[in-house]
Write a protein of this length. Structure first.
Lengths: 277, 291
């Protein structure tokens, strides 16, 4: 394979090899100077021109001291690049009065967006039978960019209730549980409304990833916090590292007694996803 | 179905009192059906020692004003996103000139408006809500002074074998100032005044007058893996000098426990073999000569 050497090296080598041959040396020097001249004259014409930005009207002429040329996320099959070219230089705090501590790149720091999904937002229990626990479930999925993980919280607007204010009470589980601690709830003689959250893999198999701190296993339940009682949302799933498509199955359970008044019971449950700061 | 993304997930500003800034967010409906959405900004408090937050029905600071700068949308006004549609929300943040110089933390929420009610059944309607944190420092200076201390810096085990069981470091960083800062530091493990290894700390936000468990780059728990030569080691946790956090140290001893056990076992087995061999008859040649 023939190796192409840089022009400069060839020239130096030529000088050393042809030492004493003045004509040959002059010819090379002249050619080299011509080559440099062409480079200086022609290259600026090939490169894109850079201008300062200004806006004109009949009354105004606005000069921009700085103008962002490009910024954002560039991707190809093999690479990703985030850049900010032309961002205002540091040291403008006194004039502008604010600064972005995190920098633009934080916005694009991975390919992943911060996203949250619920596969079914309508949990319809249909008609309930006393002393037989009824369950329904949906799946939540979260993806976080780089940072420090996520936190998913839950809160209901009110206990399950009818328009005439009959209420299905919050579960107390088999022995005890609360909005911030779960307990086993398997007894058919323990009435109420509660939920369980269990981390699952992409095949739907329980892994308890992200939920093990809140629910030991799928027999553990707790009632929802309720904004009608001026309670704050309670964490039901969290992780401290960035994740991609981590899911949990939320199981909602109702068990009513024979004394439960008939009616259309409803409430609104809010599932809230935020990043860890 | 609810499937929403919000970018950026967090923004951090230093703002002078009396100044207004804007921040653009991209909200995308990642689902295959249109979503009716709404927006709100709620203040939060840090919770626990791992970056979690809590919303305890806090009252917003009246001197910090949040609004949307979009021409056709206000904060709290419903809007619809078609499947796969992205919309830019431009949040305007204004700190009045009366704002006390300190940190203010809030979350911009985009949430789903419920659109179904019970009709002859018992129904729980769920709605999704996704938030992006805003860490706001109101200060006259670009780099507000911060200071902190290291709490409970410890390591386990304190005596360990040359092989097996890694050393795990834990502790909390307490921020004693009114402004949040990002951790920048390292754990230096040294022996006889010589640095054996450095573990770089993960860059974490420590909120004002609050604490957080530290972690290491690419490790949730800072860990030093074996093998290590026997001796006394010192681990020093130190931070960038601009953070004004005094360093803290802890020691551990590495002993050749497993090699000693191995050698002891070999000696014991040899001793037992020599003892047992005394109970065996003499060698065959002796037996043959005797016969």
């Amino acid at each position: 394979m023939k190796r192409i050497k840089p022009f400069g090296l060839n020239f130096i080598k030529t000088i050393s090899l042809k030492k004493g041959n003045l004509n040959y040396l002059i010819k090379n020097v002249v050619f080299f100077i011509l080559f440099l001249g062409i480079c200086f004259l022609e290259i600026p014409k090939i490169l894109p021109k850079i201008f300062g930005q200004s806006f004109d009207s009949a009354s105004y002429h606005i000069d921009w001291g700085n103008f962002n040329m490009t910024s954002g996320k560039k991707t190809s099959a093999n690479y990703q690049l985030t850049d900010t070219v032309g961002q205002n230089a540091p040291g403008k705090f006194t004039a502008a009065g604010y600064t972005v501590k995190a920098g633009f790149q934080y916005i694009y720091d991975t390919l992943e967006k911060f996203s949250f999904s619920i596969n079914d937002v309508s949990i319809d229990f249909g008609s309930l039978t006393p002393n037989i626990g009824s369950t329904q479930s949906n799946t939540i999925t979260i993806t976080t960019p780089s940072g420090h993980g996520y936190q998913i919280m839950a809160i209901a607007n009110k206990p399950l209730s009818t328009i005439s204010s009959s209420t299905i009470p919050d579960t107390n589980c088999d022995t005890t549980c609360s909005i911030s601690s779960s307990g086993v709830w398997t007894s058919s003689s323990k009435y109420g409304f509660g939920f369980n959250a269990i981390g699952i893999n992409s095949s739907g198999v329980a892994t308890n990833i992200g939920t093990s701190s809140y629910f030991t296993n799928s027999t553990y339940y707790r009632p929802f916090a309720a904004s009608s009682r001026i309670e704050s949302p309670q964490t039901i799933m969290s992780e401290d590292t960035p994740v991609k498509n981590h899911s949990a199955r939320i199981t909602y359970k109702i068990n009513i007694s024979t004394n439960q008044p008939s009616g259309d019971y409803e409430n609104l449950i809010n599932l809230i996803a935020v990043p860890k700061y | 179905m609810f499937n929403l993304s919000l970018t950026p997930p967090q923004v951090e500003f230093v703002l002078k009192p009396g100044v207004t800034l804007t921040q653009a967010y991209q909200v995308t409906n990642e689902s295959d059906q249109s979503l009716t959405l709404n927006t709100q900004v709620l203040p939060f408090l840090p919770s626990g020692d791992n970056g979690s937050v809590t919303y305890n029905n806090l009252i917003s600071n009246p001197n910090i004003n949040f609004s949307l700068n979009n021409a056709d949308l206000k904060l709290g006004q419903p809007f619809t996103l078609q499947p796969q549609e992205t919309r830019q929300l431009v949040l305007k943040i204004n700190a009045s000139s009366q704002t006390s110089q300190a940190d203010y933390y809030a979350t911009l929420f985009v949430y789903q408006s419920p659109d179904k009610s019970a009709n002859g059944t018992t129904i729980s309607q769920t709605s999704g809500q996704i938030g992006s944190h805003i860490l706001l420092s109101v200060s006259d200076t670009e780099n507000p002074k911060t200071e902190g201390v290291i709490h409970k810096f410890s390591l386990t085990p304190k005596i360990k074998d040359v092989f097996f069981t890694p050393i795990k470091f834990s502790g909390q960083i307490q921020n004693n100032s009114n402004y949040f800062f990002k951790t920048a530091g390292k754990i230096t493990i040294s022996k006889n005044q010589q640095v054996i290894k450095e573990l770089k700390l993960d860059s974490q936000n420590i909120l004002a007058n609050y604490y957080r468990q530290f972690s290491c780059d690419n490790q949730q728990v800072c860990t030093l893996s074996p093998p290590l030569w026997p001796g006394k080691y010192t681990a020093t946790l130190e931070f960038d000098s601009s953070l004004n956090i005094p360093s803290s140290s802890a020691s551990f001893i590495v002993m050749p426990i497993s090699p000693l056990i191995l050698i002891g076992t070999i000696i014991l087995i040899s001793y037992l073999i020599s003892r047992i061999s005394k109970f065996f008859p003499k060698n065959k040649s002796d037996q043959t000569s005797e016969s």
